[in-house]
Design a protein around this ligand. Structure first.
Ligand SMILES: *[C@@H]1O[C@H](CO)[C@@H](O)[C@H](O)[C@H]1NC(C)=O
Ligand SMILES: *[C@@H]1O[C@H](CO)[C@@H](O)[C@H](O)[C@H]1NC(C)=O
Ligand SMILES: *[C@@H]1O[C@H](CO)[C@@H](O)[C@H](O)[C@H]1NC(C)=O
Length: 147
């Protein structure tokens, strides 16, 4: 794709969401707002790999809701939603929150739910939950010549 067309496509994505989509090291691969140590999301082909994200709520229900909203927001900037997720990993600071996490998590999917792993883990930042996802983008990578 010519540079100007790519720049335009990226500018449109940025203006739509306020989040930056930057070109990654490989053609056709893009990353949202790179944090110092990782990218919020990386698109490779028509797959979006979302970094683990969490919430800062006091209850597991609220934390799962915040986390799923955040993942959905990221996917929305890529023309998708959590319904396009094919795989999810749920990390709980305490596995005893597993039962309370499920209904909130499940409520975000209108169709079939992604394959999932849920485990207990020590989380950076002391949150109750962290979730990452892999999603298939229905329209392919934003800015790509064709899906
Ligand atoms: C990135 O990694 C460095 C080194 O571990 C750490 O000090 C820093 O806090 C990290 N940045 C963020 C935003 O997490
Ligand atoms: C998830 O994102 C989609 C846009 O991709 C939006 O239509 C939908 O309302 C969002 N879901 C929630 C629960 O915010
Ligand atoms: C998980 O929560 C249970 C019940 O509140 C508690 O007994 C247990 O010590 C907690 N485990 C961890 C690893 O925090």
């Amino acid at each position: 794709m010519p540079t100007f067309a790519l720049t335009l496509a990226l500018a449109l994505v940025v203006s739509a969401s306020g989040q930056g989509l930057v070109e990654g090291p490989v053609a056709g691969r893009y990353a949202l707002d790179p944090a110092p140590n990782y990218s919020e999301a990386v698109v490779a082909g028509n797959l979006a790999f979302l970094s683990g994200t969490g919430g800062d709520a006091e209850t597991i229900e609220e934390a799962v809701m915040q986390t799923m909203m955040s993942l959905n927001d990221t996917l929305a900037t890529l023309g998708a939603s959590v319904d396009n997720a094919v795989s999810a990993r749920v990390f709980l600071s305490n596995i005893s929150n597993w039962a309370a996490m499920n209904p909130v998590y499940r409520s975000f999917f209108t169709g079939s739910r992604p394959a999932r792993t849920a485990i207990q883990a020590e989380l950076v930042g002391g949150g109750l939950v962290e979730i990452d996802m892999i999603a298939v983008l229905p329209n392919g990578a934003p800015g790509a010549a064709s899906a």
